[in-house]
Design a protein around this ligand. Structure first.
Ligand code: ADP
Ligand code: ASP
Ligand code: MG
Length: 409
């Protein structure tokens, strides 16, 4: 007998009609004799609505209270789906993260799953029940509700699939697969039939929010296949799987972008050992994530360091850097919160040469200035002015031959 976890995102439970359509998919799976467990997100827009309410009262509300608040969205959609399924005679019950045994650490708003104690869920599935879990949430050692970061229901679903030893994790959303880039920006984007965990992880980490990057990381570690597909049309989606099962492809598999970036430069720091640690130590202690870092040493014995942080952390990071730069006797600190990252990703990069050159030439032809560059074995990322993101993504997509056949450019 097959066992699957089906995850439904916000649009798939966005209103009562969509909940009924989702119930159709779950019911069909049960009728096919498949052991089915479900994870749901909040109804679309609900998490943002809840955050908006809190922000209207207080812009930097206590993180514990924020998690207590935003975790309620998933409880509504889970219960509504259970009600609809029960009406149809399907044995289904909803469970919160606590009830389903999702244990996490205490990093409110970005908690990590420590374990999934799923004996109760397993027992229910074996009795033919469909458990419907609230995604995005867990419980810490004090018994308090935590959440897993935006888009975290994907991670809940993969973690549950692993814990239940499922054959597959189906992620239902509003697109029918992973595309070569965000179809909202490039209508010529093409659907990818199969993609390796590694490439999907880079795509998701570099801004393709179709899957939360932590869900891909987890799936890769436990080799859990993900089928990303549409809850609106019943067509095969994209399989995220081991690389050797993926067919050989061109140099580039996809293009990702992230507008949520800000850049800080510290100029003229007297160059001696310990500078980077004196700078990034306090930033790490404040819980801020630094991404791209570039350091240049000039001939006068000073050094410039530039790095990026998520835009939401810009003010906080600037404050810290301005403080440390005085101790370091740096000449100047500059910030820019209108930058963005554009990345090209593909395992084919390992065996194709000239990929970087082609990327830089393409951007130069569009007169787009590259501010920073960083690479990994299967990715090249550039930091550019935010206003050029659409043009950069579109031109790279075309230059690397990713436009769907027959699509008008
Ligand atoms: P859900 O609420 O179901 O989790 P999300 O909004 O989180 O859905 O993710 C789906 C969206 O991700 C799509 O509507 C699409 O606009 C966006 N997206 C960004 N990059 C890609 C990509 N490379 N392929 C497919 N969708 C993408
Ligand atoms: N509802 C949460 C969010 O909007 C979690 C999710 O959708 O995966 O981020
Ligand atoms: Mg999502």
């Amino acid at each position: 007998m097959k066992r699957v976890v089906q995850k439904f995102g916000g649009t798939s439970v966005g209103n009562l009609e969509r909940i009924q359509a989702t119930a159709d998919i779950v019911e069909r799976s049960v009728q096919q004799g498949i052991e089915t467990a479900v994870v749901v997100s909040a109804m679309s827009g609900e998490t943002n609505r809840l955050i908006g309410l809190a922000n209207a009262l207080c812009p930097d509300a206590d993180v514990r209270e924020m998690d207590q608040l935003v975790s309620t969205g998933e409880q509504v959609s889970a219960a509504l789906l259970a009600i609809e399924l029960q009406k149809r005679g399907v044995m289904a019950h909803s469970y919160t993260g606590v009830q389903a045994g999702f244990r996490t650490d205490s990093s409110y708003s970005r908690a990590r799953i420590l374990s999934v104690e799923c004996e109760r869920m397993l027992h229910r599935i074996e009795r033919g029940e469909v458990p419907i879990l609230t995604g995005f949430q867990g419980v810490n050692e004090h018994g308090d509700v935590t959440t897993l970061g935006r888009g975290g229901s994907d991670t809940s679903a993969v973690a549950l699939a692993i814990a239940l030893n499922a054959d597959m994790c189906d992620i239902f959303t509003d697109v029918d697969g992973v595309y070569t880039t965000d179809p909202r920006i490039v209508p010529q984007a093409a659907k990818i039939e199969r993609i390796s965990y590694e490439e999907m992880l880079e795509l998701a980490s570099q801004g393709a929010k179709v899957l939360q990057n932590r869900s891909v990381e987890l799936a890769m570690r436990y080799q859990m296949p993900i089928h990303l597909r549409s809850s609106f049309v019943d067509v095969p989606g994209t399989m995220v799987m081991k690389e050797d099962e993926v067919m050989e492809r061109a140099a580039i598999t996809g293009v990702a972008y992230n507008r949520d970036e800000a850049k800080i430069t510290i100029k003229g720091i007297p160059d001696h050992p310990g500078i980077a640690s004196a700078l990034f130590g306090p930033i790490a202690e404040a819980g801020l994530n630094v991404d791209v870092i570039v350091q240049n040493v000039s001939e006068d014995g000073t050094t410039d360091i530039t790095f990026t942080v998520p835009r939401g952390d810009f003010r906080k990071a600037m404050k810290i850097v301005q403080g440390v730069s005085k101790d370091m006797q740096a000449r100047d600190v500059k910030g820019d919160d209108h930058v963005a990252k554009v990345s090209i990703i593909g395992v084919g990069m390992r065996s194709h040469s000239g990929v970087a050159r082609k990327m830089f030439e393409t951007l130069a032809e569009k007169a787009i200035n590259i501010q920073m560059i960083t690479t990994s074995e299967i990715k090249i990322t550039v930091v550019i002015e935010e206003q050029h993101v659409d043009a950069a993504v579109k031109s790279l997509h075309t230059a690397f031959g990713l436009d769907a056949e027959g699509a008008a450019a």
